[in-house]
Design a protein around this ligand. Structure first.
Ligand SMILES: Cc1ncc(COP(=O)(O)O)c(C=O)c1O
Length: 383
């Protein structure tokens, strides 16, 4: 995959997106819902003008707007975490950065869940951690909490990084007790990226790692954002939350170095969104993704399209190299998808379920699936 600078691996997925997402005709590489317009947001009860007009554009609070932290504590975590133990960040991306920097020192042992959005994986390399990749088994992609708990017992790592619900497999793990028990035994910190929590396509809402940690006396960190479940990535509002006071102090201290504070404007809008429209926005994203999963399955065939439990994306198995297929789709058909290799899910491409309009979504999937058939046919001829 290569390095940007010494010890800092190329972030394959984000680089691929950055290079192509603004210049490709059909973009199917996104992982959240298509964002609503400000007008649509207002129809859900967010009075944007009123929020914006009374604002002063100062730095605000380095830990994050107190009202926003209170709303995150109550609406996102059902008050299982103290608002004082939450730091507002620039998206889940900064939240993950703070979580790695606050828990991992050079040489620390960390277990990281794969396949995954490989930001944390890359940050751990950058931090010179010793990294154990915990690989989910393909097809089912279960986290297998018992197997992971055994590994925690054997390796006693400083921290375990999991994405739940998982990106790109869309797999949800709801039984976290055995992990929390193992973590508590060895003072291992459980760090869960929960940006897709609330975007379940089937089954109840995924419980937060903070709930299991509370029950079993473990230390945990949860990261989240408004980008995916709430389809508002342009606000760049995320958060990091923990049940441990010292860790909360560390996370906040690291924030002094990264961005000082998050955009004041975005924080006020985020508070208004959580107050008036969080449930409606999550429902909107779930409805779009569930409908698009059916449209995609109808276009490409139910046998090929993986059925995720959560997320606004899914995986399609491809014949041959996923990197070659993704490059061909881009070059010959002007379609952008994510090659699974960028997420340690070789043999698959990741396809967005986020397109808001149903006709546009159906046309997009028909185009994708016929391009895929053509690409794979060519691949077969040349092999
Ligand atoms: C698992 C996961 N975490 C974090 C992020 C970062 O998103 P954001 O910074 O917009 O919250 C992403 C983006 O795709 C993601 O998939």
């Amino acid at each position: 995959m290569g390095f940007i600078v010494d010890g800092f691996p190329v972030f394959c997925l984000e680089r691929w997106q950055s290079l192509h997402e603004t210049s490709t005709g059909l973009v199917l590489s996104e992982s959240g819902g298509e964002p609503p317009s400000i007008e649509e947001l207002e129809s859900y009860g967010v009075n944007v003008e009123a929020v914006v007009k009374r604002m002063e554009l100062g730095y605000g609070w380095t830990k994050g707007l107190p009202r926003l932290r209170e709303l995150i504590a109550s609406r996102i975590y059902s008050d299982v975490v103290d608002a004082e133990h939450i730091v507002v960040t620039s998206g889940g991306a900064e939240a993950n950065l703070l979580a790695v920097l606050a828990t991992i020192a050079p040489g620390s042992l960390a277990i990281v869940d794969v396949p995954n959005y490989l930001q944390v994986w890359g940050l751990l390399a950058m931090r010179s951690a010793r990294v154990y990749e915990y690989r989910r088994r393909s097809g089912d992609w279960s986290l297998e909490p018992d197997r992971l708990a055994e590994l925690i017992d054997a390796l006693r790592p400083k921290a375990v990084f999991v994405t739940n619900p998982n990106n790109p497999t869309g797999r949800v793990e709801r039984s976290l007790g055995v992990l929390a028990e193992a973590a508590a035994r060895h003072d291992t910190i459980l760090v869960f990226d929960e940006v897709y929590r609330g975007l379940e396509l089937s089954g109840p809402r995924t419980s937060s790692v903070l709930e299991a940690a509370e029950s079993y006396g473990a230390v945990a960190i949860s990261t989240g954002s408004l980008s995916k479940t709430y389809s508002l990535p342009g606000l760049r509002i995320g958060w990091v939350a923990t049940n441990n006071k010292q860790l909360a102090e560390k996370l906040w201290s690291v924030k002094d170095y990264t961005t000082i504070s998050t955009s004041r404007l975005s924080e006020e809008l985020a508070a208004a969104v959580l107050e008036a429209a969080a449930d409606k926005l999550a429902e909107r994203t779930r409805r779009i993704a569930a409908r698009n999963l059916e449209l995609l399955s109808a276009a490409c065939g139910v046998d090929r399209v993986h059925r995720p439990e959560a997320g606004a994306f899914t995986l399609i198995r491809v014949k041959g190299s996923d990197v070659v297929v993704a490059e061909e789709l881009l070059r010959k058909h002007n379609i952008l998808v994510v090659p699974g290799t960028c997420m340690k899910a070789s043999g698959y491409i990741r396809v967005s379920l986020g397109i808001a309009d149903s006709r546009r979504a159906r046309d997009a999937y028909i185009k994708l699936c016929s391009a895929l058939t053509e690409t794979e046919g060519l691949d077969k001829e040349s092999s």
